[in-house]
Every structure is written in C-alpha cells, then in structure tokens.
Design a protein around this ligand. Structure first.
Ligand code: GCU
Ligand code: CA
Length: 138
C-alpha cells in the first residue's frame, strides 16, 4: 500500500515544540525537541492489516554530533539509540527508514532522545504496511 504521511507538528510532542524557522520542511513546520534525554514525539498511525510496517523518518540535524533516539512501536523499542547523524545544516533534511512488525489498526510510534543533545528536528514519518501477515487455512 502507498505510504501515508504523518507530520511531526501534528503528533504528540512531549518536551518540544512545533517550529518553522528553518526551510525545506513538509506541512506547516517541524518539531524541535528539547535538548534533553527523554524528549519525544509520538505518532499514531493506522495499519490496514497486521504485518511488516515501513517507517521513513525525515529529520534534520544541523550540528556535528549525532542525535540518537529510541524508536518504539506500541511501547516496544524496535530500534534502540537509532542514529540520526549530522545533516549539512538545519535546512537540510535526511530520511532514515526502518521496518517493524505492526498490528492491524492503530499503532503508536514514538521517537525518544537518548542523550542530552535531544532529538534531531523531525519533519514527518511516512508509514506503510509493506507485507501483510498471512495464515494458512487449517
Ligand atoms: C537550533 C535550531 C533548532 C534545533 C536546536 C538544537 O536552536 O534552530 O531548530 O532544534 O538548535 O540544537 O536542537
Ligand atoms: Ca532541539
């Protein structure tokens, strides 16, 4: 199925704010998470079926240090301290893509900073179920 875009500025933001003072973002802006351990953005996505979900995370990191973050789906960390490395500046965006099991219906996808540098700036996630679970007839 085609991916659905979920803008970070429309997600649940804990310790951070939606801003628009850099260029190149989608939607009305991006999320600037506070530069602390534990700031997070949580997206609620819908999967048409259980299976393998693909999450493409668009971010910017205009510093020279990494901005690692845990990626959790339904409360389970599926990518621990995932790297969000430096981009050229805060107007330059990169995409980091991972796959994860998802359940049918609503799934909460949370990115939580793991260092005092905080989150990278987050623009959106694109989410799609790329393969559905199947069960052989019995
Ligand atoms: C700058 C930048 C912010 C960014 C912040 C950071 O203030 O303008 O968009 O979030 O640095 O270091 O996290
Ligand atoms: Ca920040």
């Amino acid at each position: 199925a085609a991916a659905t875009r979920y803008e970070a500025e429309s997600a649940t933001i804990v310790q951070g704010a939606a801003e628009s003072n850099h260029s190149g973002y989608s939607g009305t802006g991006f999320v600037n998470g506070d530069n602390v351990v534990g700031s997070y953005v949580e997206f609620t996505v819908t999967a048409a079926s259980a299976g393998t979900g693909q999450i493409a995370i668009r971010y910017s990191n205009g510093t020279t240090a990494g901005r690692p973050a845990d990626v959790a789906v339904g409360g389970t960390v599926v990518s621990a301290a995932r790297a969000f490395n430096a981009t050229a500046d805060w107007n330059t965006w990169a995409t980091s893509t991972l796959t994860t099991p998802v359940k049918a219906g609503s799934n909460k996808i949370r990115l939580t900073s793991t260092t005092a540098n905080g989150l990278p700036n987050l623009d959106y996630i694109d989410f799609a179920v790329t393969s559905s679970d199947t069960q052989a007839p019995t």
